[in-house]
Design a protein around this ligand. Sequence first.
Ligand SMILES: [Ca+2]
Ligand SMILES: [Ca+2]
Ligand SMILES: [Ca+2]
Ligand SMILES: [Ca+2]
Length: 407
Amino acid sequence: MRKFYIAFPVMAMAAMIVAQAASPVHSTVLEYVPAPGQFTNALPEWEDGDDAAAMATKAYNYMVPDESMISLGGYGGYVVVGFDHTIVNVENVRDIYLEGNAFQADATSTRGGSCEPGVVLVAYDINGNGLPDDNEWFEIRGSEYDNSMLDYECTYYRPDTDDADIRWTDNRGNEGYVYKNVYHSQPYWPQWLLDQETLTFRGIRLPDNGVDESGNGTYFVLSQFDYGYADNAPNLLGGSWNDEAKIDIDWAIDLNGNSVKMPGVDFVKIYTGVNQYNGWLGECSTEVCRVIDAHVTREGSLPVLDESVQIDQSVLDAFLAAYGDGNTSSAATINGNSNLRVYLDPSTGCVNFNAPQGGTAQVYNQSGMLLYNGTFGEGSNSIDLSGYPAGLYLVRVSGTTTKILKR
Ligand SMILES: [Ca+2]
Ligand SMILES: [Ca+2]
Ligand SMILES: [Ca+2]
Ligand SMILES: [Ca+2]
């Protein structure tokens, strides 16, 4: 009898493991915050009473079971998805397949048609808490990084009525509108965020990619960028997953723009990267369908994960040594171009660095105001930020800038 009781749970567990085999497709939507747009409240549909959590669940249901799509609205609107396993960074291979609704138009000589590039960030769950923490995100450096506005910020203002155009301003002195159009009559402001007077999104702003090829506003072509974005290339090429719709985890960079070797990815964030209004087409808005681990043995609507792909332990060790433990609270970053490491010691409020030779250092606040300017000698140095309020600071040491987050 005893043997029976021991054997039974073992069998049950085996059955459970089969049922829970990892899926290459994202298993959850952690956050869905679209910017205002003509598909906001429609993809997915907002219904009376839906709050942020309900909308995240709807976003997941649209993307995965329905194999449909969600829209992120205008510039900055975003979605954060998670997986039931870590997507492995395989050397020299694109690792994550991003389904969107981009297509190539026939009537243009341009490479493009409807491409609405979304910027991609990836996170590895360094502290293992099952959530993407702020310091765990790294941006995928796409082909347009050098042509982009970095540290961009765009604020939308809640309209007085559902029919009013929605005004925005940015931190470069620009302003504009997300215009209401005749094709989409629902409110464009996320209805579960009506208690917010403004919505502010931060990131990089990609260059405009829409061109009115007709010259009279009747035919717009949204061109495709070379690589590194969501909703930027057709999903399929010759019936197979298009490599141009995939990203390589090796394109990840830190806040200095330096390359980061990540062992893998647990979370993906995508936001609309272009802030452009294209006439009757409306605002550029990234659409996202499924986010998929590209290491599969079978593509299609029921892709199968290639379980033989495993994390490179030496890459993981090096990554955790650089970004784990004490660094998790100080947002330290590593300059990949030299051995210079500039980091905040949270206990003293001092920024420390070890310099191979003397030079000059500056500290700026987030608005670009110079707070400190001085010289330093070879060896270990320290700049005291303890008197400054919490926030983001740019510390420039011999011409290399490090972002320091003071909590
Ligand atoms: Ca890779
Ligand atoms: Ca985490
Ligand atoms: Ca769109
Ligand atoms: Ca699109």
